[in-house]
Structures are given as structure tokens and as C-alpha cells.
Design a protein around this ligand. Structure first.
Ligand code: BES
Ligand code: MN
Ligand code: ZN
Length: 501
């Protein structure tokens, strides 16, 4: 799916008297004494003779976050409707955060479903956030519907912020549009069902994206994986008629200052294998390749934004299925690089494919490694469904967690308690793939992965089991299904490394 056509526009009474937009969006705030109008709404309010706040209050609006109220303009503007969207309470210093603008823009975009052309004044507060929130909130995945349904929002004009240079505003619009497009690349992949998206077809989609963006592309098929000894990926993929793959997509930027390896879990469907999952909600495991989707979208984004970095995505792809050819509890796998792992539970498959890919990534001596995966149900137990767990080497972990918070995607630093390592000891192999207890399951998975990370490498592991896939109702700029988390976090980390090393 694509983003609407996004452009900049003047925010004056004169401009609003002749805009061809069907709806004009304004922001409202939850003030101490009721609803107030946010910056950017001045021209619209003037057309309402300064009475817009009263009109909205009369209709029962309070300005609370994501509230939407439509008001007919009765000819006061050339647009027929004003859509007022709540930003919530301003911060103590009166500041409205980027995330407030993103969420309000997303809620407005969702409320505009069926509207072709909108004019948003939320960009007067924060252009970047308004563009991201609008483009992501407007996203719908209709690939598998036989009837077209309501037409998507196809064009949005953004009020140019009062301050700053026109050139900078154009650059901001461009960057935010590219970021939203990349999140949508990830969402589309996640939302594609597992009968159509399996290791080989994911690899082909990656090839097309790589070719379209001038990136290096390499894929190892099952024969190559066998030849090179990728025992983790082969073991997990053994039960499926859809053979596994390992994809490498690389971007080498002009004057690259640092090399960043990205690794993303690509289980195109996780049935649990022989340690099969319960039937309830097993369909959610169509999203078990969200990490893979995110790192693929991120390397494409790095190229589009022309970061002065080398970014290499490694994507292990397999389908975890029970069959007569499946790997079994009790099997010992010989992993890429030579370590052996005893499989005690075939449903702890993500760490096995990731281990192979991490060792492969480490061979290229990156400066940083960001790895992301829908790895554990324990992530949801610990942090809920909107906050990723961020583990890894202390300094880089904290940097990635801070980036996750700043983008609004959410992410929290979690420890790797040393005592859990002994619980992964195996009766016969170098280590077991699960502990003999269920405590700290997210952290135990992180401890397992750490065994495969080269010593001294700055490393972050981002468990996105919850935040990658929205099984509840839409909120802010997040609809049902694939969310694209953590593409914007990775983009923020890359921007940080490009600027600060
Ligand atoms: N893909 C799942 C984790 C998951 C669970 C993602 C729920 C999204 C929502 C993973 O492969 C898995 O099955 N993990 C097991 C590990 C356990 C066997 C140690 C889990 O968390 O139950
Ligand atoms: Mn599993
Ligand atoms: Zn899984």
C-alpha cells in the first residue's frame, strides 16, 4: 500500500478560502478550563469569527487525546468540514510533544477514511510528526479484499510551519514521507498471509526492493545453507515443505563512517513445530517475521535517506511446522560457527535462526549490531503489548532504548541477569535452547543470543513480540495488524550514529 500524496501549503485565511481540500484538520487541547485551540488553527478560527472553541465545546468536545469532532463550515471556508482532533493536555511547560502530534494526526487520518483530500494544520506544531502520523494513520491493507471498500485518503496538504526556511520544510516533508513509506513496507510484509509469504517468496520480495533501491542482494537457498553449515536455520525449517533461506541486503553510503549490521527474525509462520502451540490465536504467528520485515525496510530507508553509513541486513527465513521431517525436542543442532545447541522445545525457534544469522553478521566486523525479533511471549508478560524489551551491551542498549522512546514506538532497557546463563546448560551440547523454568523468559532468550555475539561488539536485541502486531483496536497512527515497529527506532539510531559515531 502507498502513502497519500503529501505536500506543503500556506496556512492563511486567503489560502483556506480557496483550498480544494474536502476537510481541514485542526488540533484541540485539553486546557485547565476546558477545550482550547492548538497552534495552526488561527486562520480557521478567524473564518469562524473566533468562535470555534465555543462551537466545539457546545458539541461536547474536551480536546482529550484522539477525540475527533466534525463541524460543517457552512461556506466559511471552501472546504465543507472542519475536523477537530484532540492532542490531549499540553506538558507542564505548555509544550506539545511530537508523539501527541503523531497520534492526533493518525486519529484524524483514520477519522477521514472515505475523504479524498485533506488539509492538516497540525504540521504548524510539528511538521515531521504530522506527516508521519497522517501517513501511518491513513494506512489500510486491502490487498486481500475482493471489494474496494471506502476510498483511502489520497492527498493531504500540510500547513507550512510559521518558523524556519522553506528549504528545511521541504527536506522535513521528504524525510518524514520516506520514513512512513518504509514503515508501510514492513506493515505490508507482516500483513501478507503465510500461504503467500514464505521464505522463498519473502526472499524474492527482498530482491525486488534491493534492486529498486540499488542495494547489494544475496540469498542462500537450502543447498547453500547446508553446504555452509547453517544448522539453526535448517533445523527450524526442516518440518516445512517451504525451504528456508538466508538473505543479505546491503547499503554502502557515500563516505560511510560506521558499519551497522541488522538482523531480523523471519519465521514466516510459527506453529511451534513438534512442541506445537495451542490453537487459540495461532493465526497471530503470521507476524513472526516482523523483525525481518523491519530490518529489510530499514536498510531500504537508509539508502533512501542516503545515510553516510554502511548498513547490512541479515534475514534468516524459515517456516516452523510439525511433520515427519521436523526437528525434534532432543535433537542437537550444529550451528553456523560450530557451537552445538540441544533443542528442548521446538517453539523456541527464533533464537536458533537468529544465532546463525548473528554469527554470519559478526564475520563482517560491524561496529554495531541491532537485532530484532518477535522472540518471546514473556516480553508481553513483562512489558505489555506496546513496549519493546531492549537488551544487549549496556551502552548501546540504552542508546537504542532512548531512540525507541523518542520515536514514540516505545522500548525499555532490560537486564541480562548473569545467573540465567547456567540455566541454559545442556546435558550434552554447548547450550540448550530453553531454560528448565519459565522465569525471565525474555531475558533468558537474550542470554542465549549473547552466546553468538562477537565479544566486545556493541549490540542491541529488541524483543518486539507485542509491539510488532496490533491484535486490538486501532489507536493513534496504529491500525490493526502489522505496526512496522521498530523501523522508526532503527532509523533514529542510524541517524544518531551518522551524526555522532
Ligand atoms: N514467536 C514466538 C513468540 C511470540 C509469542 C511472539 C506471542 C508474539 C506473540 C516464539 O517463537 C515462541 O514461541 N517463544 C516461546 C519460547 C518458549 C518456548 C521458551 C514462548 O515465548 O512461549
Ligand atoms: Mn515459537
Ligand atoms: Zn516464533
Amino acid at each position: 500500500m502507498t502513502v497519500p500524496k503529501l505536500a506543503l501549503s500556506e496556512n492563511s485565511e486567503a489560502a483556506l478560502s480557496k483550498t480544494r481540500a474536502d476537510v481541514v484538520v485542526i488540533g484541540t487541547l485539553q486546557g485547565e478550563d476546558g477545550l482550547t485551540l492548538a497552534a495552526g488553527s488561527e486562520a480557521v478560527n478567524a473564518a469562524f469569527d473566533g468562535k470555534l472553541a465555543d462551537v466545539l465545546s457546545t458539541l461536547g468536545a474536551s480536546g482529550k487525546a484522539e477525540e475527533t469532532v466534525k463541524v460543517p463550515t457552512l461556506g466559511k471556508l471552501s472546504s465543507g468540514v472542519v475536523l477537530a482532533v484532540g492532542l490531549g493536555k499540553p506538558g507542564t511547560d505548555g509544550v506539545i510533544s511530537a508523539e501527541q502530534v503523531r497520534r492526533a494526526s493518525g486519529a484524524a487520518a483514520r477519522a477521514l477514511s472515505g475523504t479524498a483530500h485533506a488539509f492538516s494544520t497540525l504540521s504548524a506544531i510539528d511538521l515531521h510528526a504530522a506527516v508521519e502520523g497522517t501517513a501511518l494513520g491513513a494506512y489500510v491493507f486491502t490487498e486481500y479484499r475482493s471489494e474496494p471498500g471506502t476510498a483511502p485518503l489520497s492527498k493531504v496538504d500540510f500547513a507550512t510551519p510559521a518558523e524556519g526556511a522553506a528549504k528545511d520544510h521541504r527536506a522535513t516533508l521528504k524525510a518524514a514521507t520516506l520514513i512512513a513509506e518504509s514503515v508501510i513496507i514492513a506493515r505490508d510484509l507482516i500483513n501478507t498471509p503465510p500461504n503467500d509469504l514464505y521464505p522463498a517468496s519473502f526472499a524474492e520480495r527482498a530482491r525486488k526492493l534491493a534492486e529498486a533501491n540499488g542495494l547489494e542482494f544475496e540469498v542462500l537457498d537450502e543447498k547453500a545453507l547446508k553446504r555452509k553449515g547453517f544448522g539453526g536455520i535448517l533445523g527450524v525449517g526442516a518440518g516445512s515443505s517451504r525451504q528456508p533461506r538466508l538473505v543479505r541486503v546491503a547499503y554502502k553510503g557515500p563516505k560511510a563512517v560506521k558499519k551497522i549490521a541488522l538482523v531480523g527474525k523471519g519465521i514466516t509462520f510459527d506453529s511451534g513445530g513438534i512442541s506445537i502451540k495451542p490453537a487459540a490465536n495461532m493465526d497471530h504467528m503470521t507476524s513472526d517475521m516482523s523483525g525481518a520485515a523491519a530490518v529489510l525496510a530499514s536498510v531500504v530507508l537508509a539508502a533512501k535517506l542516503k545515510y553516510p553509513l554502511e548498513v547490512v541486513a541479515h534475514i534468516p527465513l524459515a517456516e516452523n511446522m510439525p511433520s515427519g521431517t521436523s526437528y525434534r525436542p532432543g535433537d542437537v543442532l550444529s550451528m553456523y560457527g560450530g557451537k552445538t545447541v540441544e533443542v528442548l522445545n521446538t517453539d523456541a525457534e527464533g533464537r536458533l535462526v537468529l544465532a546463525d544469522a548473528i554469527v554470519r553478521a559478526g564475520e563482517e566486523n560491524p561496529d554495531y549490531l541491532i537485532e530484532t525479533a518477535t522472540l518471546t511471549g514473556a516480553q508481553l508478560v513483562a512489558l505489555g503489548n506496546r513496549t519493546a524489551g531492549v537488551m544487549g551491551s549496556d551502552e548501546f542498549r540504552d542508546r537504542v532504548a532512548a531512540a525507541a522512546q523518542s520515536t514514540g514506538e516505545g522500548g525499555w532497557a532490560m537486564p541480562l541477569p548473569e545467573e540465567l546463563r547456567a540455566d541454559l546448560d545442556s546435558r550434552l551440547a554447548d547450550l540448550a535452547n530453553v531454560t528448565n523454568h519459565r522465569w525471565g523468559g525474555m531475558l533468558a532468550a537474550g542470554i542465549f543470543l549473547r552466546e553468538f555475539v562477537p565479544a566486545g561488539l556493541q549490540w542491541a536485541h529488541v524483543d518486539i513480540a507485542g509491539p510488532s502486531f496490533n491484535t486490538g483496536g486501532p489507536w493513534g497512527y496504529t491500525g490493526k495488524g502489522g505496526t512496522g515497529v521498530p523501523v522508526r527506532t532503527i532509523a533514529a539510531v542510524l541517524a544518531d550514529i551518522a551524526a555522532n559515531g
